[in-house]
Design a protein around this ligand. Sequence first.
Ligand code: ATP
Ligand code: MN
Ligand code: MN
Length: 312
Amino acid sequence: SQPIEKPRSQDATAVLSVKISNPDRVLWPRTKTNPATTKRDLARYLEAIGPWMIGHLAGRPCSVVRAPDGIKGEIFFQRHALQRTPEGVTEVEVGGDRKPYIQIDSVEGLVGMAQMSALEFHPWNSAPDATDVPGRLVFDLDPGSGVAFDDVVAAAIELRGRLEKLGLVPFCKTTGGKGLHVTVPLDPKRSHGIGWDEAKMFAQTVCAQMAHDSPDRYLIKMTRSLRRRRIFLDYLRNDRMATAVAPLSPRARPGALVSMPLTWGQVRRGLDPSRFTLRTVPKLIARSEAWRDYDSGARSLKDAIRRLVGAK
Ligand code: ATP
Ligand code: MN
Ligand code: MN
């Protein structure tokens, strides 16, 4: 009699309704502290954290970083839709650009992008379905060489205080890289007439005041050579087509680190961003209160600008 044919070992695997090809392909090789992380791990990660993450992506164009052969292979940044768009991913035309952009509108779409080996997710910061309207501000704290991470933490805390004085409700996350992001949700309904020019000017002014008050610690000039031992307060994320890595997005860098949303209680001396990996984050975020008040924290940028102008 014929032996019963065993199912072929893990050629494909399904996550939600998405068939994942080459699920055992290693995207992040193992490091001293992190085991090898595969395409299946990525798809399951996005399935697990997708419900938390999707609200920050839906309704906005989203660039992705793809690495079909893993982070040791070719890595490319992609803005425009593919020939074949996965379920849950929308092709959006913006302004005069006739090539449609990628927009990820559901968890299934996120997993579909994992099948396309998308490792990082970089949405625009516009309001949903309104690219001309600022939906959030992102302050990108970029430490130069010789800056201790505790000093980046101190910068985030100082920035928080300045933004709260202007009536805003800031949130902090690690980037999965070297710095921190401070994100401020905006309420477009209460900011009529405020566009990206005003948003960028506002962010620049807040950062310029901070750099003016501590010129030995902060700067707002791009010049790389000036950044040694100082933190570049990168306000340039606040423009129509500018992106910031999404909360909970993995990074295509060694160790499979993730951009982790934090409570302000976690933003303190000794904070170690390397704790937050594709393997550790699903459990950590499930019991975290980080960013719980993000939606209710949305404020009027118009009011904040009025306060800023009135204050100085
Ligand atoms: P780090 O903490 O290491 O600085 P980061 O994500 O903040 O990590 P940045 O280089 O400061 O990295 O960039 C900030 C954001 O700007 C990124 O998250 C990304 O969305 C966007 N960005 C950066 N470089 C590019 C690029 N070459 N093309 C498009 N977008 C970019
Ligand atoms: Mn940065
Ligand atoms: Mn930057």
